[in-house]
Design a protein around this ligand. Structure first.
Ligand SMILES: C[S@@+](CC[C@H](N)C(=O)[O-])C[C@H]1O[C@@H](n2cnc3c(N)ncnc32)[C@H](O)[C@@H]1O
Length: 325
């Protein structure tokens, strides 16, 4: 980096040089990434950025900014450099231990809330949902984004969140605590539904230091759910070489790969979900871009009814949802 860059940059020039550096490295969304990194090092918001284009930046800030730009140009995701990602209007801490929450996963929350409301209507009740009386589990919670978004929308629901990764659960718990939902969600380390099987006596790895202060019961087995929701790993190992470097080299393999083909975990998750749902309970799953042909036959059994597929904004089948008979 030249002396001129470190000593004399104003906001506009810093942004321009940042975008240029990222564009040269073929970083996608270069303008947004440069903006986010500049906002991060200046600890300002976007309004300030564009209202003060001529404000001079101090050399230390410029140094930090160019260090982050170079790391971004070398492939580190912007969210790992800023440590955060927005999901469902909430700010989540992200680290290399968790999948960075994706915007398309918000469709899962929308489908779940819509289908729960329809169930209320069918039962002749007001479709206004509080979650009262509902027991929900998010399988493979990662950053906790799905469980926490549901806790926000359904203040009366009893919510569980599992992950096979202890490191991911630690991030999810920090997110729940920082966002004020720690008493609403019980976090458990579990391979799919193992912690809820009748032979398992696993204790929750919850945020609740004092179980008596928790609104959630301490029982975990046997437990039947009204809603099982999951964004499981669904990329095929055979696709590894086609993944962007940001994903392949920086996001956890346990969050990405569902097996050699990608759809293998659905073959375990769906039959187990059938055993853990109440009659009329809902299963809502995220799909990979090519998962549908492998996943929909798994729901063509007498255990499932009212199977729907929802496309994302790019017209890709993104959510499959079904009701337990
Ligand atoms: C695609 S990520 C989804 C994370 C988060 N729910 C989201 O939507 O951003 C899948 C998550 O499932 C977890 N996982 C993988 N295999 C699992 C298993 N057998 N049982 C429970 N969790 C698993 C991974 O550790 C990872 O956190």
């Amino acid at each position: 980096m030249s002396q001129q860059k470190t000593n004399l940059l104003d906001v506009r020039a810093a942004l321009k040089q940042g975008i240029h550096l990222l564009r040269e490295a073929s970083v996608p969304s270069d303008t947004l990434a440069a903006e986010l990194l500049l906002l991060h090092v200046t600890r300002r918001d976007r309004t300030w950025l564009y209202a003060h284009p001529e404000e001079l930046l101090d050399p230390q800030t410029i140094e930090s900014y160019f260090t982050l730009l170079r790391r971004r140009a070398a492939g580190e995701p912007t969210q790992h450099l800023t440590g955060k990602q927005e999901f469902w209007g909430l700010e989540f801490e992200v680290t290399p231990d968790v999948l960075i929450p994706r915007p398309e996963t918000e469709h899962l929350i929308e489908v779940a809330l819509d289908r729960l409301a329809v169930r209320e209507l069918r039962a002749g009740r007001e479709p206004k949902l509080t979650g009262e009386g509902l027991t929900i589990v998010d399988i493979g919670t990662g950053s906790g984004c799905i469980a926490i978004a549901l806790a926000k929308e359904l203040p009366g629901a009893e919510i569980y969140a599992t992950d096979i990764s202890s490191a991911a659960l630690a991030v999810a718990q920090r997110n729940a605590t920082r966002l004020g939902f720690q008493s609403r969600i019980a976090f458990l380390k579990s391979d799919l539904f193992l912690a809820f099987s009748s032979s398992s006596h696993q204790s929750p790895v919850t945020n609740h230091q004092s179980p008596s202060s928790s609104p959630l019961p301490t029982r975990h087995s046997p437990l039947l759910f009204d809603l099982i929701i999951s964004n499981p790993p669904y990329i095929g190992r055979k696709e590894t070489s086609t993944l962007p470097i940001e994903v392949r080299d920086h996001e956890p393999a346990s969050a990405l790969y569902g097996g050699e083909e990608g759809y293998e975990l659905y073959g375990l998750l769906i039959p187990q979900a059938a055993l853990h749902l109440k009659p009329g309970g809902l299963l809502v799953l995220e799909l990979g871009h090519d998962s549908l042909p492998a996943v929909s036959p798994l729901l063509e059994t007498s255990q499932w009814t009212n199977v729907y597929v929802t496309n994302d904004l790019a017209a890709i089948p993104r959510v499959i949802s079904a009701e337990r008979t």
